[in-house]
Design a protein around this ligand. Sequence first.
Ligand code: UP5
Ligand code: MG
Length: 189
Amino acid sequence: DRRRTPLVTFVLGGPGSGKGTQCTRIVETFGFTHLSAGDLLRKEISSNSENGSMILNTIREGKIVPSEVTVKLIQKAIEASENDRFLIDGFPRSEENRIAYERVIGAEPDIVLFFDCPVEEMVKRVLNRNQGRVDDNIDTVKERLKVFTELNLPVIKYYSEKGKLYKIDATGSEDEIFERVRPVFAVLR
Ligand code: UP5
Ligand code: MG
């Protein structure tokens, strides 16, 4: 049977800092289940749910979807999984997100990764991605960066003060970055 409290890692960093890319590597090596909050929200849009158009507009503007919507999607995904270790990618994006998660899930994350990447590099990666995301254009990227600085950095600071933060230099090749991530998980039970 699975542990009553799953092992949760929050994966944070600005737009294009490489959260999704590194999560794929962590899944392959350490057997986590990857829950990207952005992917869960994009799935809601394509499934024509009642919140779909609100979510689409919010993402297009680079703003944050109401906490209750995102937390519910994360909770459902955790409950639907057999796994007992999760990477929650791109969430919480604000103190309000963080508090809503802790209230609903009833636990704090075990580990918080922060992919620290220079702004110019993040912009370059996002604009080169070319996968048709409605928010991968220069205007939305500027707003995403602003929201990141104003609302997400305080969350990162909070976990740093709690001693849960692992700040990873997110420059260099994907392999080089993963070698900085590996030691965080290599010591896990
Ligand atoms: N790439 C990756 N690593 C590289 C490297 N080392 N060198 C060169 N290139 C590298 O990577 C981005 C691109 O860079 C890719 O093309 C990759 O190949 C390349 P990726 O791994 O996708 O970076 P990631 O950090 O995941 O970037 P992403 O754009 O997904 O981050 P965001 O945080 O902006 O996007 P997310 O999907 O999490 O959220 C989108 C929107 O959803 C938000 O703006 C918000 O409106 C909404 N949202 C909420 O409202 N609430 C939530 O909780 C979550 C999302
Ligand atoms: Mg991503």
